[in-house]
Design a protein around this ligand. Structure first.
Ligand SMILES: O=P(O)(O)OP(=O)(O)OP(=O)(O)OC[C@H]1O[C@@H](n2cnc3c(O)ncnc32)[C@H](O)[C@@H]1O
Ligand SMILES: [Mg+2]
Length: 167
């Protein structure tokens, strides 16, 4: 099968290669058509679906995949959230979310004023390009769970659902 992933971020593309091992994986920068820093589950999931739909509409694609990172609030505390969507040629949509982990409290004000988590995380961890490498989840788990590993889990949830409903 030809699978198209709606991002050039290596953590997302490599996660797709690791989960869809017998398929061909192509990627392009599909706009999420939500804010660059989604701040609710709904908005993050919508971004993933928008990306996956554009990928599925590609002539060569059998399946389109969108992965989107965002933040969401529980009891006044901000959590990292990630959503994935798999869209079929006949426009069926499957979605799944990834692990959630609390963000440093001092991020709240800047995230709400539109700053992106990626750049906040670089400053916080004193590293560069965190969102394309270990991710916030990698930093905040002391490198036990990487952004790619988290996306691999989301993609496995998508692949499993797609198989279950298409038996
Ligand atoms: O090229 P794309 O696919 O857009 O990759 P991205 O790194 O911008 O990732 P998202 O659009 O999915 O994430 C939206 C924002 O949240 C940030 N973000 C989400 N999860 C993150 C993580 O685990 N580590 C660092 N930044 C993260 C990211 O940098 C963006 O500013
Ligand atoms: Mg982005």
């Amino acid at each position: 099968m030809n699978i198209v992933v709606g991002s050039k971020n290596p953590t997302k593309v490599e996660a797709a290669r690791a989960v869809f091992t017998s398929d061909s994986i192509a990627s392009f920068d599909a706009p999420s058509n939500v804010s660059s820093q989604p701040i609710t589950d709904e908005e993050t999931r919508e971004g993933a679906i928008n990306r996956a739909k554009q990928c599925a509409s590609n002539d060569e694609a059998d399946l389109g995949i969108g992965l989107e990172g965002g933040v969401m609030e529980v009891d006044g505390e901000l959590f990292l959230c990630n959503w994935g969507a798999l869209v079929t040629k006949d426009e069926k949509i499957y979605t799944a979310s990834g692990a959630r982990i609390a963000l440093p409290r001092e991020f709240a004000k800047e995230l709400h004023s539109g700053k992106e988590l990626g750049s906040l995380m670089d400053g916080y961890a004193q590293r560069e390009g965190v969102s394309k490498k270990e991710g916030a989840v990698g930093i905040l788990t002391n490198d036990l769970v990487s952004r790619q590993a988290m996306f691999e889990h989301v993609l496995t949830l998508l692949k499993g659902q797609w198989r279950f409903w298409n038996k």
